[in-house]
Design a protein around this ligand. Structure first.
Ligand code: ADP
Length: 474
């Protein structure tokens, strides 16, 4: 009846003492993820604000926001997006209610989250304390242990010397993987299979980590052979509610970097799925997790799985979860930052389910024939794919766009959604072939080969798939 409908609507937007609407959001990021957040804001009637570096003056993402402000004059192209005091200043001068960090850049910097909060602005993400804890591989593992979540055997704390490294390897056996204790993105990571390589590999990885993250401390764990990478998407609110939005399979990787992402994970037995999602929720509750986040696991050949890390931010591949659950993760993050609870948003665990399969591929200007070196220059022709079941989250790809060497080489994220894995894969392969991009080389040939590979179509995935199949590069 009418009254009932009214009650539901009223209840859905019920406010409590904590609730404070957000009227403006500044995105401390650029291109694809900035546009993703602007779109969420535009749909919610929230003022959207961009920042841009001098090198990004001509980037079209600026046009997708209501306003945009130049930052980092005289700084390097990357430093422009890392200059915390200036970004806070732009917020203060322009009446900004909340900041969204996107991914990369400042998204995992607890000092940024704290600076935003200290300026009386809301940070769309977890608390600085949680950002800090999750960014530190050792602290994150300790949280996992405390929440009784299974972890890969590894060092209890950061390892600083090659002698300590050798001792761990002798005690636990090989193979092991060295990781930067305070890093990510694959840098400073090394797999060691022979005892005689331990000290040299340690020194190399450690100096790489020092150069990239300013800290050479390493973290060592057992290397799991032929793992699947499966990660659970979470949302938590300020009241302590946590839900999961099922999982993604990111096993299709090249040199430990994700290439194709799928939701949900194909061929995952329901019991493992239940356990994995339960552990992820437990961990999030344990640390008081707010906003969107991901708990990553590696699954071994026996079906046992182990926690590796938490990403305390929105991820590049959040889109596939949105397609199968129909939950807008960015809008959910904004509502949570406003103080709305998950039940008020209709997001209780029993109401969250998945439908079909979604696959994401990032089309990048990288040359597969030349070891994936980024390719630069002017896009002479850009004709996009379209059609049923295809979502495009584009960065800056259009006729005449200039791809600069200063930033990452993402052109467009392509997401295909269909009733089953095979249909989603054939949609994706079809879409990839529909693109016509002239002027820069792209990774489309590799992606198409992956999507048409029988092993992929059967959902038999592990992290060795691409590296072991050189014919995918033809
Ligand atoms: P980063 O933060 O640098 O992305 P992750 O810890 O998320 O690093 O690991 C990225 C990838 O590296 C994983 O998906 C997996 O392919 C590989 N990897 C990491 N740890 C292990 C491990 N213990 N055993 C086997 N592979 C691993």
């Amino acid at each position: 009846s009418r009254i009932r409908t009214f009650n539901i609507i009223k209840n859905k937007y019920a406010t409590d003492a904590e609730y404070k609407p957000i009227r403006s959001v500044l995105v401390a990021n650029r291109c694809e993820i900035a546009i993703r957040v602007f779109r969420a804001c535009n749909e919610m009637g929230i003022r959207s604000v961009a920042i841009y570096s001098e090198q990004d003056t001509m980037q079209m993402y600026r046009q997708k926001a209501d306003e945009s402000y130049l930052v980092g004059k005289g700084l390097s192209p990357v430093e422009a997006y890392l200059n915390i005091p200036e970004i806070i200043q732009v917020c203060k001068e322009n009446n900004i209610d909340a900041v969204h960090p996107g991914y990369g850049f400042l998204s995992e910097r607890s000092d940024f989250a704290q600076a935003v909060i200290d300026a009386g602005i809301r940070f769309i993400g977890p608390s600085p304390k949680v950002v800090q804890q999750m960014g530190d591989k050792v602290a994150a593992r300790q949280a996992a242990i405390a929440a009784q979540v299974p972890i890969v055997p590894g060092t209890d704390g950061p390892v600083h010397t090659k002698e300590e490294a050798l001792q761990f390897c002798q005690q636990y056996g090989l193979p092991v993987i060295f990781k930067a204790a305070y890093g990510g993105g694959g840098r400073g990571m090394r797999v060691v299979k022979r005892m005689r390589d331990v000290t040299e590999s340690f020194e190399r990885a450690s100096s790489e980590a020092k150069a990239a993250f300013g800290n050479g401390a390493m973290f060592i764990e057992k290397f799991i052979e032929r793992p699947r990478h499966i990660e659970v998407q979470l949302l938590g609110d300020k009241a302590g509610n946590v839900v999961h939005l099922y999982e993604r399979d990111c096993s299709v990787q090249r040199r430990h970097q994700k290439v194709v992402e799928i939701a949900p994970a194909p061929r995952l037995d329901p019991e493992t799925r239940d356990k994995m999602t339960e552990y992820a929720v437990k961990l999030a509750r344990h640390v008081g997790y707010e906003s969107a986040g991901t708990v990553e696991f590696l699954c071994d050949e026996n079906g046992d799985f182990f926690f590796i890390e938490v990403n305390p931010r929105l991820q590049l591949e959040h889109t596939v979860t949105e397609e199968v659950t129909r939950v807008d993760l960015v809008q959910s993050q904004i509502r949570i930052a406003e103080g709305m609870t998950l039940p008020q948003m209709g997001l209780t665990q029993d109401k969250i389910s998945t439908q079909g399969f979604a696959i994401q591929c990032c089309v990048t200007s990288e040359d597969p024939a030349n070891d994936f070196q980024p390719d630069f220059g002017r896009i002479e022709v850009f004709r996009s794919a379209e059609g049923m079941g295809i979502r495009l989250d584009s960065a800056s790809a259009y006729d005449g766009a200039v791809i600069s060497p200063h930033y990452d080489s993402l052109l467009v994220k392509v997401i295909a959604h269909a009733a089953d894995l095979q249909s989603a894969a054939s949609k994706m392969a079809r879409a990839l072939k529909e693109f016509k991009i002239l002027g820069v080389k792209t990774n489309i040939p590799l992606l198409t080969n992956v999507l048409e590979n029988p092993r992929f179509l059967n959902g038999v995935l592990d992290t060795y798939f691409i590296d072991e199949n050189p014919q995918l590069f033809n």
